[in-house]
Design a protein around this ligand. Structure first.
Ligand code: NAD
Length: 487
């Protein structure tokens, strides 16, 4: 049996100025598949927070004085080490987060792609020459790094959510203080130690572990030396952080929750749509911000689609992510399972019907582990609470519509605006629907859309800013306008 403590990449203390910062206050890290203790990690204290800010200021000084090729080389060395250590990183991730090993490896590659993309993009942070409207002034802009960045990340993608913030920050010349999720600190520490091995300057990438995120984060948000906060997590916490960041007028990027619709029109290729739904719904056991939440079916194909879907979901196996035949790992913890059980039971009380999984659900409810089997509920309507909630689990909700207009209205009737998906073979409909959906990202005949080279992000209550693509670098740069008198 794999023991995480025997791995070369397992670290248990915060990282400040490229050194472990050791304290005597600990939090435990558990394996969600077995609920057994993996290890304990130490929590940073007030002295550590101050040390991290000073270290990050020094790191910023070093990074901004490096030319872009040097920062690019640094990132490429980090990228290569992440790829070289793919097996160890994936195993750590599966142990502390629960996702199947093959998915964990996929996330390491996806996460590494952000490092590679920004290593290249780093060299293209051009300013502008502005054609002047008079004869005595030359007008131009330059783009400069913002400064010390506070990055806060969730547990569901413990590597990719970090690299898609840290890589563009370093590419731009900003230093980072990362506060990873307390549920998945080992992946974050492993990434930081690989960055040190890659030659990151002291203070460029600091990681602070804590058992009291609100207190640590509010201290850093009140600090004028921290110039930006970039957050990935729930909308509820994002709102708190936006309010706190207002006091020091920090730049903010917010990657928040989602409630993705998945629309299947009558012209859709149903097999392709079912495959797309399986991918978008069950990756990470449904614990993804872009996971499909609501399946909206044209009434004329609803029966055929559901039959094909049930054939597929019946083959999905829930279990420990370290087993080769596992399709769905556990939920992250008991609290997540209890919340989802209550949400499903309320939906049934409000009139939802069981389509798949009733018996397995009843058994899972009584067991004390973190596993929840696949559940498919029918007869869902927009007045039910479940229609408006981010599910974060392997639960499929089926609704029907009678017209394209009704499908769009149903899809858009949520406060969230992250990802949406639709399947149609009708070219005119593809254009109409793509334009009408009020979401930051739309998958058209495609269920997996995340890509390091494209702008990821939401509108409405799903957030502000973009990660990945060209836009990802802009989040860490500020424009300066230069007006030169040439007379
Ligand atoms: P969360 O909001 O509970 O926690 C996210 C991070 O914020 C963690 O590091 C946590 O310790 C910290 N935190 C929690 N409360 C805080 C507070 N009061 N002050 C300061 N920091 C605080 O989210 P989670 O449960 O870790 O992750 C799941 C959520 O993340 C879902 O809503 C999901 O949609 C969202 N998410 C969004 C994206 C995206 O790109 N839009 C990607 C992944 C996850």
């Amino acid at each position: 049996m794999f023991s995480p403590l025997s791995q070369p990449l397992v670290f248990t203390d915060s990282v400040i100025a490229n050194q472990p910062f050791v304290t005597k206050t600990f939090i435990t890290v558990d394996n969600p598949a077995t609920e057994k203790l993996l290890t304990s990690v130490s929590c940073v204290d007030d002295a550590g927070i101050e040390h991290a800010v000073q270290s990050a200021e020094l790191g910023f000084g070093t990074l901004k004085s490096m030319h872009s090729q040097a920062r690019s080389d640094l990132l490429m060395r980090w990228y290569q080490l992440v790829i070289d250590y793919i097996d160890a990183l994936a195993e750590i991730m599966t142990l502390e987060q629960g996702k199947p090993l093959a998915e964990a490896k996929g996330e390491v590659i996806y996460g590494a792609e952000f490092i590679r993309w920004f290593a290249e993009e780093c060299k293209r942070s051009y300013g502008q020459q502005i054609p002047s409207n008079n004869n005595h002034q030359q007008l131009s802009t330059i783009r400069q790094p913002i400064g010390v960045v506070l990055a806060i990340t969730p547990w569901n993608f413990p590597i990719a959510m970090i690299t898609r913030k840290v890589a563009p920050a370093i590419a731009a010349g900003c230093s980072v203080i990362l506060k990873p999720s307390e549920l998945t600190p080992l992946s974050a520490l492993a990434l930081a130690h690989l960055a040190i091995r890659a030659g990151f300057p002291k203070g460029a990438f600091n990681v602070l572990l804590t058992d009291d995120a609100p207190s640590l984060v509010s201290k850093l948000l009140a600090d004028h030396r921290v110039k930006k906060v970039t957050f990935t997590g729930s909308t509820q916490v994002g709102r708190i952080l936006l309010a706190q960041a207002a006091n020091t007028v920090k730049r903010t990027s917010m990657e928040l929750g989602g409630n993705a619709p998945f629309i299947v029109f009558d012209s859709a290729n149903l097999d392709q749509a079912v495959d797309g739904l399986i991918k978008s719904k069950f990756r990470n056991a449904g614990q993804a911000c872009v996971a499909t939440n609501r399946v909206l079916l044209d009434a004329s194909i609803a029966g055929d689609f559901t039959a094909k879907l049930l054939t597929k979901v019946a083959t999905l196996k829930t279990g420990n992510g370290l087993s080769n035949d596992t399709d769905l790992g556990p939920l992250i913890n008991q609290a997540a399972k209890l919340r989802l059980v209550a949400t499903i039971e309320q939906a049934i009380c409000e009139g939802a019907s069981w389509v798949f999984g009733e018996t397995a659900f009843a058994e899972a409810k009584c067991s004390k582990d973190n596993f929840l089997p696949v559940v498919v509920l029918g007869n869902i309507n927009q007045d039910m609470a479940i229609f408006q909630q981010e599910l974060f689990g392997p639960v499929v909700l089926l609704s029907q519509f009678e017209s394209e207009q009704q499908a769009i209205e149903l899809a858009n009737s949520t406060e969230y605006g992250l990802a949406a998906y639709f399947y149609s073979q009708n070219i005119n409909q593809v254009h109409r629907v793509a334009e009408s959906l009020t979401f930051g990202m739309v998958g058209i005949n495609e269920g997996l859309i995340s890509n390091a080279i494209a702008p990821f992000g939401g509108i409405k209550q799903s957030g502000l800013g973009r990660e990945g693509g060209q836009a990802g670098l802009d989040e860490y740069l500020q424009q300066k306008y230069l007006c030169l008198n040439i007379k």
